[in-house]
Design a protein around this ligand. Structure first.
Ligand SMILES: Nc1ncnc2c1ncn2[C@@H]1O[C@H](COP(=O)(O)OP(=O)(O)OP(=O)(O)O)[C@@H](O)[C@H]1O
Length: 221
């Protein structure tokens, strides 16, 4: 597994007046669940994309597991993003959706099956493995999107407000599921959200993104 360290990260989009991230420092410990709270457009998605290698910073360094990966392309980083607007493959059943990336990566069929079954068990999706996405509820689709990320066994899991689209009554339940998943897999998790309420109680650490920089959050803990 792996710690995530950002040192002096600045991202300035050419069309923006101010930087999305400005000299930002972060050290997220190995295997811990770190919540990054911030208002809309505060730079949360940009931060996750910098860690994943999808947004090259204008300044600063990115380290995963103590190794400087700033110049390493996204596909060679051991970090996966689960987006708020996930898209499942509509013509594939849940099991195929979950194992697709493994097939592309050349993982042998028996191991694919093991990993898919483990993720399905952890995310309460065992009964739905043969279903197509149209039969799933919104929360189940979100769980499949999450399962699709974790079957790849990344060292770092990056979550971009995955509960946003869920009805309020299901947010706490799904937050608990996500937390126990991260704990079972011992995966370093950065969880960005505009609404930290449902995950604040399960976080190892809560940070707030403010003016492109991170601070420990003393308001919610
Ligand atoms: N590709 C881009 N080009 C130009 N500006 C961008 C781009 N992506 C994001 N921004 C701007 O950077 C700032 C931070 O955006 P970002 O999406 O990282 O924030 P966020 O906190 O994730 O927002 P939200 O919660 O609304 O998803 C915003 O002002 C946004 O308009």
């Amino acid at each position: 597994m792996a710690s995530v360290e950002l040192r002096g990260i600045t991202v300035q989009y050419p069309s923006a007046r101010t930087p999305a991230l400005y000299g930002l420092d972060l050290c997220a410990q190995d295997g811990r669940f770190t919540v990054i709270a911030g208002d809309l457009r505060s730079g949360k998605s940009t931060l996750l994309r910098v860690v994943a290698g999808q947004e090259p910073p204008d300044a600063g360094r990115v380290l995963i597991g103590g190794v400087d990966v700033t110049e390493v392309p996204a596909h060679d980083r051991d970090a996966v993003i689960v987006f708020q607007n996930y898209a499942l493959y509509p013509h594939m059943d849940v099991q195929e959706n979950m194992s697709f990336a493994l097939r592309v990566a050349g993982v042998p069929p028996a191991e694919r099956l093991d990993r898919v079954r483990e993720a399905a068990r952890l995310l309460d999706l065992e009964e739905q493995l043969g279903w197509t996405p149209e039969r799933l509820t919104g929360p189940q689709r979100q769980q499949v999107a999450l399962a699709r990320a974790v079957v790849r066994r990344p060292a770092v899991l990056l979550m971009d407000d995955p509960l946003t689209a869920l009805p309020p009554a299901l947010k706490d339940h799904t937050a608990g599921l996500i937390r126990s998943l991260a704990r079972t897999l011992n995966v370093t998790t950065l969880y960005a959200t505009a609404e930290p309420g449902p995950v604040a109680s399960v976080a190892d650490r809560l940070l707030r993104l403010d003016s492109g920089q991170l601070r420990e959050d003393t308001a919610v803990s």
